[in-house]
Design a protein around this ligand. Structure first.
Ligand SMILES: *Cc1c(COP(=O)(O)O)cnc(C)c1O
Length: 426
C-alpha cells in the first residue's frame, strides 16, 4: 500500500507551502500524470506542457521506451558506485561518444555537476597541458549566463537573486558580454592565463537569447587561435531541442543533416544534461577528446551516483528515442511553423513585440515593463485555457513543448496561445 494519499490541488500546494523551502515560485497547478505532450492535474484537467521541465522532457512524458529501460534496469541492478564496474555504463559511454563524436564521456547526475566537472577539467588541462602557472587560470563566461546553482557557478552569475548573500565567491572567472566577439577577442588578447570560454549556444534562462549568425563559429576560431578551450553548455539547448541534435551543429537547412550529430562548431568540451534523461531520472555528462579528458585520473573527480546502471540505461534509451523518432527534424520543422504563425499574429497585435528562438526553444516578448505582472497573468490565463508555460525574466514567456508534438497539436496550441493573448490586448 502506498503511503501517499490522493489529495486535491489546494491541499498539495498548502503542504509544500508549510513544509517545503520556498526556493521556487510555481504556477498554482498540481500535476499527477503525464503522457507525451500532455500533463494532467489532480482534478483531472488536461494541459499541453509548454515547458517540458526546462527541456528535460524533450522525448515527451513517460516515453514507454525510456520508462521501459528504466524499470527493467531498476529491477535488475540500480547502483554499484564506481568502486566496481557495471555492465551498462560502458555501453552508454560508447553509444553517447559515437553519437556526439568525442573520445570520452564522464558521467554525472545534474546539469550543475556537469558544468562543475567541465570547469575542473578545463583548469587541470590549463596547468598540465597549456602551462598556465598554478592557480592563475581564468575562464571567460558571459553576462546573463545560467549554468546552475552551485557556489562556484553562482559566483560568475550576474543575477542578484541567484547570487546575493551567497559569498564569498569562487575566483578565476572573467565576464564578458554575450554575443560580442570584440569583447571575447579583447579578453583573450589581454589575459594570457585564459584556459576556457564557457558559453550557452542560446541563452535559455536569460529569455531565449539567440546570438548573431556566425557568433559561435567565430568564437570557436578565436579560442583556437589562443589555445583556449571552447566549452559549450548544451544542457538546455542539446538533444534536439533547437532543431538539431546540438545547437552547436550550426545553421544547415537540410533537415536530414539535423540528426547527424556532426557539429559545425565542435566544442572542446560538451556539457549535456536535462533531456539526456528524457525527464525520467537524472543523467548528465561531459564529453571531450583524449588530450583533454586524459587529465582526469583516478581520484581526481567523481560522484557516487554518476554512471549508475539506471542512468546509463535511461541515457541510452533517451538518445535512441531522439534518433529513432527524428525529433531534431520535427523540432526544426515545428519551430519554423511556430515562429511563422506567431509572427503573423504579432503583426496584428500590439501586446507581443517579438518571437525568437530556434527549433522548439522559443520565447515571446510582452510589451510591458520588466516588473509588470503581465507575463505571469498571461501564463495564468494560458493555464485556464489548457496550456502550461512560465515567464523567464520579467516580461518574457518561454515556449518549449516536448519534441514529440505533432503539427496538428502545435496548431491547436498556437490557437490557445493567440486566443489567450487577445484577452490581454488593451
Ligand atoms: C538547467 C541548466 C543547467 C543546470 O542543470 P541542473 O540539472 O538544474 O543542475 C545548466 N546549464 C544550463 C544551460 C541549464 O539550462
Amino acid at each position: 500500500m502506498s503511503v501517499l494519499e490522493q489529495i486535491n490541488s489546494e491541499d498539495a500546494i498548502a503542504l509544500e507551502d508549510t513544509h517545503g523551502a520556498h526556493n521556487y515560485h510555481p504556477l498554482p497547478v498540481v500535476l499527477n500524470r503525464g503522457e507525451g505532450v500532455y500533463v494532467w492535474d489532480v482534478e483531472g484537467k488536461k494541459y499541453y506542457d509548454f515547458l517540458s521541465a526546462y527541456s528535460a522532457v524533450n522525448q515527451g512524458h513517460c516515453h514507454p521506451k525510456i520508462v521501459g529501460a528504466m524499470t527493467e534496469q531498476a529491477r535488475t541492478l540500480t547502483l554499484t558506485s564506481r568502486a566496481f564496474y557495471n555492465d551498462r555504463l560502458g555501453q552508454f559511454e560508447k553509444y553517447a561518444t559515437e553519437t556526439f563524436h568525442f573520445d570520452k564521456l564522464l558521467p554525472m547526475n545534474t546539469g550543475a555537476e556537469a558544468v562543475e566537472t567541465a570547469l575542473k577539467i578545463c583548469r587541470k588541462w590549463a596547468y598540465e597541458k597549456k602551462g598556465i602557472p598554478e592557480n592563475q587560470a581564468q575562464i571567460v563566461v558571459c553576462t546573463n549566463n545560467f549554468h546552475g546553482r552551485t557556489t562556484t557557478i553562482i559566483s560568475f552569475s550576474n543575477d542578484p537573486i541567484a547570487r546575493k548573500n551567497f559569498g564569498p565567491y569562487t575566483e578565476g572567472f572573467l565576464k564578458i558580454e554575450y554575443d560580442n566577439l570584440n569583447a571575447l577577442e579583447e579578453a583573450l588578447e589581454n589575459n594570457k592565463n585564459v584556459a576556457g570560454f564557457l558559453v550557452e549556444p542560446i541563452q535559455g534562462e536569460a529569455g531565449v537569447f539567440v546570438p548573431s549568425e556566425g557568433y559561435l563559429k567565430s568564437a570557436k576560431d578565436l579560442c583556437e587561435k589562443h589555445n583556449v578551450l571552447f566549452i559549450a553548455d548544451e544542457v538546455q539547448t542539446g538533444i534536439a531541442r533547437t532543431g538539431r541534435l546540438l545547437a552547436t551543429c550550426g545553421n544547415c537547412s537540410c533537415p536530414d543533416k539535423h540528426c547527424s550529430g556532426t557539429p559545425e562548431v565542435k566544442p572542446d568540451i560538451l556539457i549535456l544534461g536535462k533531456a539526456l534523461s528524457g525527464g525520467a531520472y537524472p543523467v548528465s555528462a561531459v564529453l571531450a577528446n583524449d588530450p583533454i579528458m586524459g587529465v582526469i585520473r583516478p581520484g581526481n573527480h567523481g560522484s557516487t551516483f554518476g554512471g549508475n546502471p539506471i542512468a546509463a540505461a535511461v541515457g541510452m534509451a533517451a538518445l535512441a528515442v531522439v534518433k529513432d523518432e527524428k525529433l531534431a527534424q520535427n523540432a526544426f520543422e515545428l519551430g519554423e511553423l511556430f515562429r511563422q504563425e506567431m509572427n503573423h499574429f504579432i503583426s496584428t497585435c500590439n501586446l507581443v513585440t517579438k518571437v525568437r528562438g530556434k527549433g522548439l526553444l522559443n520565447a515571446i516578448l510582452i510589451n510591458d515593463t520588466e516588473d509588470s505582472s503581465t507575463a505571469w497573468d498571461i501564463c495564468m490565463a494560458l493555464k485556464e485555457n489548457g496550456l502550461l508555460a512560465k515567464p523567464t525574466h520579467g516580461n518574457i514567456i518561454r515556449f518549449a513543448p516536448p519534441l514529440v508534438m505533432t503539427r496538428g497539436q502545435l496548431l491547436d496550441c498556437i490557437r490557445i496561445i493567440t486566443d489567450t493573448l487577445r484577452q490581454f490586448e488593451k
